[in-house]
Ligand binder design. Structure first.
Ligand code: ZN
Length: 169
């Protein structure tokens, strides 16, 4: 395993569309391992292959519940209800901004063994990570659709955070 360099927003590769993985080879598995190592090292919760300069549809996510590997992922369902939350990106260091995301998403993808998996996220944080990473595969950064919260929306964000904190206690 090896750490790979995380590309930052000035790098044009981040704007390119990643290609489908046709066959999972030892190189694909090495890429996945390196991506996980790189993501943990950078203390991120998600990483797309393009962020380490590889234009393949591979994503890794770990929101603190263990690694999730998504190959050729596709969102097949999402809740209409969206929420506004703060977001950041390893390729946009030192910045954060507000973005609308669906509360729940269902994603279909291959796992590292090439087996099809359907993952249903009911957790906002996980849904956000899935949407964020999948956008990378199409050359989109969260900074492309930033929202400036109104005073009302800001109050709602703070209220939701309090509920989540109480849930954890
Ligand atoms: Zn990102």
């Amino acid at each position: 395993m090896a750490l790979r360099t995380i590309r930052t927003k000035e790098d044009e590769i981040l704007r390119k569309k990643s290609k489908e993985v046709k066959k999972i080879t030892p190189r694909t598995l090495e890429l996945i391992d390196d991506m996980l190592e790189t993501m943990y090292d950078a203390e991120g919760v998600g990483l797309a292959a393009v962020q380490v300069g590889v234009l393949r549809r591979v994503v890794v996510i770990d929101i603190g519940e263990g690694p999730v590997v998504l190959i050729n992922p596709e969102i097949i369902d999402k809740s209409e209800k969206e929420y506004l939350e703060i977001e950041g990106c390893l390729s946009v260091p030192g910045e954060q901004g507000f973005v609308f995301r669906p509360e729940e998403v269902t994603v279909k993808a291959l796992d590292r063994d090439g087996k099809e998996q359907i993952i249903e996220s009911k957790e906002r944080f996980f849904s956000k990570a899935i949407c964020h990473e999948l956008e990378h595969l199409d050359g989109i950064l969260y900074t492309d659709h930033l929202v400036e919260p109104s005073e009302e929306q800001m109050k709602e964000i703070i209220r939701q955070r309090k509920i989540e904190q109480e849930d954890e206690e």
